[in-house]
Design a protein around this ligand. Structure first.
Ligand code: SF4
Ligand code: SF4
Length: 243
């Protein structure tokens, strides 16, 4: 089996929808991160276009330096086949690049892009099922076997719901873009044209452009905010992924 990713596939999440009006699993909100950094060494982080846009703006690095493209055999994401992009080398999942057996942004056990980290990092270790009105219907914990957490005061459930809703909206948007790109790739294949590469895929995502050196030029992405506007995002240094 390939590497595990830092969030649950959408298909699996939907399997856990429960009936009734009582929120399940709210006791998990007492989860407290001790900043051990293990999750940043254990899981691969799937990226959406908005995740990538935030990181391009924050780091000034081009997408090609921020992404590892993983094949279906390298990553366990069978529950979300629609997230794989059709490239000349086969179907690939866009994930955050690793260096030295860990996320490339883990530095001295701290997240160096905390305010701009991907949504999957913000959400870990929660798997949230939202109700029709946007409240938390069910809360489960993902794989926390190597997570050196403790239990402390309960986190605000509204923040968790807001984070989950944003993550879902960004994922839906990204999936639509992948589906459209893959459709055009299959058409190209059918008429005997060469398949487009990852560079062409980045172009379809309309990412911010990166200036010379390490400067990123902020551009408005149509229909979305790339602002790091979540609670605690102004903090520097490593913070719990789910804060
Ligand atoms: S929290 Fe930061 S260091 Fe950890 S996986 Fe996410 S981006 Fe990388
Ligand atoms: S979420 Fe868990 S594994 Fe990740 S840094 Fe915090 S305590 Fe460690």
């Amino acid at each position: 089996m390939g590497a595990t990713v830092l969030r649950e596939s959408r298909q699996n999440q939907h399997r856990h929808v429960v009936s009734g009006h009582v929120a399940h699993g709210l006791r998990h909100l007492r989860f407290h991160c001790t900043r051990c950094g293990n999750c940043c060494r254990q899981f691969r982080v799937p990226l959406t276009d908005v995740d990538l846009a935030r990181l391009v703006l924050a780091t000034g690095r081009p997408p090609s330096e921020l992404v590892d493209w993983l094949s279906p055999t390298e990553v366990d994401m069978t529950g979300e086949p629609e997230s794989f992009v059709v490239l000349p080398e086969g179907r690939r999942l866009m994930t955050l690049a690793w260096r030295d057996e860990a996320c490339r942004f883990l530095a001295a056990n701290e997240c160096s892009v905390h305010a701009d980290r991907p949504m999957s990092c913000r959400g870990y270790p929660f798997s949230v099922t939202l109700g029709r009105r946007g409240g938390v219907r069910r809360l489960r914990l993902l794989d926390i076997r190597d997570c050196e957490h403790t239990w402390a005061a309960q986190q605000n459930v509204r923040n968790v719901a807001r984070q989950a809703a944003t993550q879902e909206a960004e994922l839906v948007r990204f999936t639509q873009r992948v589906v459209a790109f893959n459709r055009s790739q299959r058409l190209r294949r059918r008429v005997g044209k060469r398949l487009l590469d990852d560079g062409a895929f980045y172009e379809t995502l309309e990412l911010p452009t990166v200036g010379p050196g390490a400067d990123a030029v902020a551009v408005a992405l149509p229909g979305l905010s790339v602002a790091s506007d979540f609670p605690s995002s102004e903090a520097s240094g490593f913070r719990p992924a789910n804060e």
